[in-house]
Design a protein around this ligand. Structure first.
Ligand code: MGD
Ligand code: MGD
Ligand code: MO
Length: 761
């Protein structure tokens, strides 16, 4: 379908009336009455439910309306009045549904009954829960566990996630990839080497104490809007916010708090960023090196003049390793090379350094703009290097802050969803449950894809998510997917991964987090962990979308019972009847992280897991915080630097989506309305390539010789650095080679895909 595309030059601030209007549209379309939206006042409250959108921290003393435009959209999307029933499936074959858009599939509403794919009619037909569990269990029992993948998407609770990981390991595999393999795995590889923890070191209280923020590659206005309150407070305290982003994102420029009547009525907005540096895609390593070079030079000058030093030498001496090697490397960098690779000027890097040098408590924030590159791990480590220079880790108001994606993606890792056996307490599990957990490394997301392509993986279980749509290399992957023997998807809404199915396929509908979860001992609560390692309670409040839905916990328990030999130490039914028993089990496995779990998680603000680096305890091989020198300032060694026809494609999220869930076709903050099939281009590149605004463009992957081509993109002139283009995720994923991932973390390098752009013939 060709949608009418309109572009607006004037874009309002983040928040404000635009936000109220955009939300009203969604409430209308999802059939949620405005009165029903009163439910929103329970979002992110001690006694309410944890928002199903992003993972940003939830304060102990929440605002009366502790939600944002996009959190509210996510809620409306889940509590929609639309239902995707067996009658719908009877009327549409899966071959037909495969021609539908992501938006239209999910807009059918909540799944209501368990379904089995019927080959004869190519439709999903109703099946009883019992029959589904027995069939899946029988199938799994005759498979080699190494050939089965247990994927998780980051939304399921700590309780469900713990049980899911335990089920996979008792079955015999560490094949537990999750969405974080496409997201912050670069963080999980980088931070342990640098500072000995896999997660960020700041809390919300630090946000209130910081006197400077560095902000790299994270689109706060769309993807973690509640953080804008914290940034607005900072801006009002005249705290500098220094932003690095190829695009001038609206939420990083100005914000009107939609919950403040005064700001709404007087139309006053707050500036967010005080310096805005439009780095090239992948230019951050060079930009940060430039800042470090300027700081080290100023420090060398101060030393020579006998003046007060710029770097925190007491901290460097006591707490760090590798400073001299790093400083030598920074001194050796040349400004022209740094300017060329970062896309920003020496003056810009020095201006950022000057503010940094004046600040005592600095927080470094980052998102997918750093992690989703070939050199994503090194980019994260550069942020830490910068912070270490002035002791900005392990002190109040300072630290590193990776902004996580899914609302419980960090928590899933905390309770054992990981393909890396060394990250799970296997000995402890062996003792607690009396079984031999598998010790060999499991498959992460990219490796699972490779194994599916090679035919080495035969079955896929998905605890939420839309795997096929989220991964790179779409065409080859979809073809291979259909050769899987078994696919089982536990989901709330219909998506493409349910349509590209294996030989035997089940679609199991579950309760959402906002819904009342009643079990044998009454209504249950669950827990999640936010981006600041804070664990919160969440209580569902809404009547379930259908009486046939089961909780994720119950579904995992039933699958485990149907698959595994009984084990007297694992009481799947007892756990399902009373979730506090699962929390006791989690506490027994992780006594340090979760002591007194059932009492503490209900207190206002939840509780923080201990993070050693916060206390300057460095669990690294050197026992110190390590400076890590990047191999090169070039973000991608595969990317020919001299080939001007090859552009770097960043795949972006709009303001109207949650990952592969597409709420609508507008990207209000970027002034793009009515279509997602656009390619954002710089005027110079358009002229050079002979492309006018509005023409139909074809994009061809240029990373290797394999043909990957997509047409139907409309060219939009945009303020984006030379040589970089922007398209939307997931539409453009067919253009990303599977091998084009971050070194070591294997996060698909979705922000620097080498491509060529042509006018469509
Ligand atoms: N409403 C909503 N909320 C969400 C999501 C959603 O889709 N919708 N997704 C959730 C998930 S799973 C995640 S992981 C997060 C994602 O949230 P983000 O981390 O914000 O991810 P993206 O939207 O992909 O955008 C990354 C930003 O990086 C910039 N960028 C791209 N390349 C570079 C680069 O090389 N350097 C720099 N400095 N910047 C760059 C882009 O211009 C963009 O502003 O949000 C979560 N929250
Ligand atoms: N090109 C490109 N690719 C990317 C990215 C990018 O920036 N660019 N970002 C990557 C990132 S950061 C991520 S996190 C992944 C996201 O990958 P996924 O997490 O796999 O994808 P989602 O779109 O979040 O999954 C949406 C589906 O989850 C199901 N769902 C929603 N709520 C629930 C629930 O409560 N329970 C259950 N069981 N199911 C539920 C619904 O059926 C919905 O259709 O994509 C990655 N892919
Ligand atoms: Mo993510």
């Amino acid at each position: 379908m060709h949608r009418k595309l309109t572009i607006t030059q004037h874009v309002g601030p983040a928040g404000g009336w635009g936000s109220a209007k955009s939300l009203a549209n969604i409430l209308l379309r999802t059939g949620v009455p405005f009165g029903g939206s009163l439910l929103l006042t329970h979002q992110n409250k001690t006694d309410g439910f944890a928002c199903v959108s992003c993972a940003w921290a939830k304060p102990a003393r929440p605002h009366p309306f502790e939600y944002c435009e996009n959190g509210a959209k996510a809620t409306a999307w889940e509590i929609t009045s639309a239902r995707c029933t067996p009658a719908f499936f009877a009327a549409h074959t899966l071959a037909e549904l495969r021609t539908w858009s992501d938006h239209d599939l999910e807009a059918q509403g909540r799944l209501t009954e368990p379904l089995r794919w019927d080959a004869a009619t190519d439709t999903y037909v109703p099946v009883s829960w019992e029959a589904a569990f027995q069939a899946i269990g029988a199938d799994l029992r005759q498979r080699d566990p190494a050939q089965v993948v247990f994927y998780a998407s980051g939304r399921a609770s700590l309780e469900a996630s713990y049980m899911y990981a335990l089920f996979a390991r008792m079955y015999g595999t560490n094949n537990l990839p999750d969405s974080s393999n496409m997201c912050h795995e670069s963080t999980s590889v980088a931070l342990p080497e640098s500072i000995g923890v896999p997660v960020g070191t700041v809390t919300l209280e630090d946000f209130a104490q910081a006197d400077c923020f560095f902000f790299f590659g994270q689109n706060v206005g769309s993807n973690s809007p509640r953080m804008l309150h914290d940034l607005q407070d900072a801006s009002r305290r005249a705290v500098p916010i220094i932003t690095f982003n190829p695009l001038r994102e609206r939420g990083l420029e100005r914000f009107v708090n939609p919950q403040s009547p005064i700001e709404m009525l007087s139309d006053t907005s707050t500036r967010i960023s005080s310096q805005y540096h439009q780095v090239k895609a992948g230019g951050d390593i060079a930009a940060i090196f430039g800042i470090c070079k300027a700081l080290i030079a100023a420090d060398d000058d101060a030393a020579a003049a006998g003046a007060q030093r710029v770097l925190d030498h007491a901290f460097l001496a006591e707490h760090t390793h590798g400073f001299e090697a790093f400083a030598a490397e920074a001194r050796a960098q040349t400004w022209p090379a740094l300017e060329n690779r970062s896309g920003i000027s020496r003056t810009a890097m020095e201006a950022a350094a000057a503010v940094y040098a004046r600040s005592d408590r600095v927080i470094g924030i980052y998102g997918m703009g750093l992690t989703q590159h070939r050199a994503g791990v090194a980019a994260v480590q550069m942020v830490v290097n910068l912070l270490l220079l002035r002791g900005n880790i392990g002190k109040v108001g300072a630290g590193v802050c990776p902004v996580r994606g899914h609302s419980n993606v960090q928590g899933q890792r905390t309770v054992g969803i990981t393909e890396k056996p060394e990250l799970a307490p296997l000995d402890r599990l062996a003792e607690q449950y009396g079984f031999q957990p598998p010790r060999e490394k499991g498959l992460n997301t990219v490796e699972a894809c490779e194994a599916i392509l090679d035919g080495k993986v035969q079955a896929f279980i998905g605890l939420g998510g839309n795997f096929v749509r989220a991964i790179p290399e779409r065409e080859a992957m979809e073809d291979a997917w259909e050769r899987l023997g078994l696919t089982v998807q536990i989901a709330t809404k219909l998506n493409r991964s349910h349509l590209v199915h294996g030989g035997v396929s089940y679609l199991l509908p579950c309760l959402g987090r906002i819904e009342i979860d009643a079990q044998a001992t009454g209504k249950q609560v669950v827990s999640i962990e936010d981006s600041t390692s804070c664990v919160h309670r969440s209580r569902g409040m809404r009547e379930p979308a259908s009486p046939h839905l089961l909780s994720e916990i119950r579904i995992v328990a039933e699958l485990a019972k149907a698959t595994l030999a009984p084990n007297p130490r694992v009481d799947w039914d007892g756990w399902t009847g009373d979730y506090s028993l699962i929390r006791d089990a989690i506490e027994a496995t992780y006594p340090d992280r979760f002591h007194d779990f059932n009492r503490r998680f209900g207190q206002p603000g939840g509780f923080h897991r201990p993070i050693a680096a916060r206390d300057r305890i460095w669990n690294t091989p050197t026992g110190r915080a390590n400076f890590v020198v990047p191999k090169t300032t070039h973000e991608d060694a595969d990317m020919p630097e001299d080939r001007r026809d090859v552009l770097r494609m960043m795949t972006l999220r709009s303001n109207d989506q949650f990952n592969t869930t597409i709420y609508g076709y507008d990207d209000r903050f970027r002034g793009i309305h009515g279509s997602r099939m656009v390619v954002l281009m710089n005027r110079n590149d358009m002229d050079r390539l002979g492309l006018d605004e509005g023409v139909d463009a074809t994009i061809v992957a240029a990373a290797d010789d394999r043909e990957r081509r997509m047409s139907g993109f409309r060219v939009v002139q945009y303020d984006i650095p030379d040589g970089c283009i922007g398209t939307y995720y997931p539409e453009a994923n067919a253009l990303i080679p599977l091998w084009h991932h971050a070194e070591r973390s294997k996060v698909p390098a979705a922000k620097s895909v080498p491509v060529r752009v042509f006018r469509s013939a």
